[in-house]
Design a protein around this ligand. Structure first.
Ligand code: NAD
Ligand code: UFG
Length: 342
């Protein structure tokens, strides 16, 4: 079925969207990207085409703009949408809360309305493990309570999930999949595409990778007094290509169905900050020296997924381990020390 699909990727120039675009093309789909480049660069497009072996139709538009989306849907025959577009920086969402609610909620509602108007029936949405908040005990399951998020970014994911679920219920013709990503890291193994955050990275892996190239002077481990074996936070890191494959499987699952299903996308294994630094040191062949720093506000000590529902219903399971994640991140970072050089 997938080789006949023409899929719109909102936010497709970003980190996860670009990898998913490549994986979709490898699976036989046609890809259309809509991105306003607020957190990405158009220079990723030729690399996506090079790896996917096909042309990509690109629209430099804001997904919150209804006329722009109408024009796209009129011109392209879209079968399904993967909605990656969104702002994702947790501390920025605290200081610019309204910007985050406006962008992340308007884009989702506008997209659903314009899809409905143009008869597009399938959507896969980028949600996050952050919707589980801090009161659930891992392994986190899809049926656990959500919404006690610690920041506006997380709230936009929780609210978008509700909006999409209710739209599917109301319209009766919509098929939706909500994917709750855990911690995506890594890169396509070609080293041609990868994560390229603007400014100083907030997240552990891009920071460690930039530190390893010498682009960052110091590496800080935030908090060493958590109730974990080595005192540092534990996360479920997932290779971005395993995540990309999860999107292909989610589309395969939802096309032809209606309703809304939610899936965790993680490996089920947790690694501490110190274990990740050790794995990255091995991958880059350098002894990465770190310093302990105070806890980061809002960090949850331990998060990892129960992804058995995705295995059962999507036939998906993560295959790449933490060493592969670090090796592929390092290949991308060492070949492109300044990222895409926008
Ligand atoms: P990213 O910032 O690299 O990609 C998002 C893309 O959306 C960017 O290219 C940006 O320019 C675009 N965009 C933002 N607002 C837009 C708008 N209004 N109109 C058009 N384009 C717009 O982020 P990513 O890491 O690839 O994440 C993709 C999605 O997955 C996001 O929704 C993010 O919240 C979610 N997610 C990411 C992580 C993670 O750790 N990376 C974890 C869980 C969920
Ligand atoms: N950390 C450091 N030093 C750094 C950066 C991070 O010690 O320089 C630590 C953090 O304190 C945390 C761990 O590394 O303990 C992981 O931090 P990340 O920022 O990489 O990941 P988070 O789990 O905090 O957040 C990520 C995404 C969110 C998403 C969440 C879902 O950034 O958008 O995963 O679990 F909501």
């Amino acid at each position: 079925m997938l080789n006949k699909l023409r899929v719109l990727l909102t936010g497709g120039c970003g980190y996860i969207g670009s990898h998913t675009a490549v994986e979709l093309m490898r699976a036989g789909s046609e890809v259309v990207i809509a991105d306003n480049l607020v957190n990405s660069s158009a220079s990723v497009l030729p690399r996506i085409e090079e790896l996917g072996g096909k042309r990509v139709s690109f629209y430099n538009i804001d997904v919150c703009d209804p006329e722009a989306l109408d024009a796209l849907f009129e011109r392209e025959h879209i079968d399904a949408v993967i909605h990656f577009a969104g702002l994702k920086c947790v501390p920025e969402s605290v200081s610019k809360a309204l910007l985050y609610y406006r962008n992340n909620l308007d884009s989702t509602m506008n997209l659903l309305e314009r899809m409905n108007a143009h008869g597009v029936r399938y959507i896969v949405f980028s949600s996050s493990a952050t919707v589980y908040g801090e009161s659930n005990v891992p392994p986190l399951r899809e049926d656990m309570p959500t919404g006690a998020c610690t920041n506006p970014y997380g709230m936009t994911k929780h609210m978008s999930e509700i909006i999409i679920r209710d739209a599917a219920r109301a319209e009766g013709k919509l098929g939706a999949v909500l994917l709750r990503y855990f911690n995506p890291i890594g890169a396509d193994e070609s080293g041609r595409i990868g994560e390229d955050p603007q400014g100083i990275p907030n997240n552990l892996l891009p920071y460690v990778a930039q530190f390893a190239t010498g682009r960052r002077e110091k590496l800080f481990v935030n908090g060493n007094d958590y109730p974990t074996p080595d005192g540092t936070c534990i996360r479920d890191y997932i290779h971005v290509m395993d995540l990309a494959i999860a999107h292909v499987k989610a589309l395969d699952y939802i096309v032809g169905r209606t309703g809304c299903e939610v899936f965790n996308i993680g490996t089920g294994n947790g690694y501490s900050v110190l274990e990740v630094i050790a794995a990255f040191s091995k991958a880059c062949g350098k002894d990465l020296k770190y310093e302990f720093a105070p806890r980061r506000a809002g960090d949850i000590p331990v998060m990892y997924a129960d992804s058995s529902k995705a295995e059962r219903l999507l036939g998906w399971k993560a295959e790449r381990d933490i060493n592969k994640m670090c090796e592929d991140t390092w290949r991308w970072q060492s070949n492109n020390p300044m990222g895409y050089e926008k």
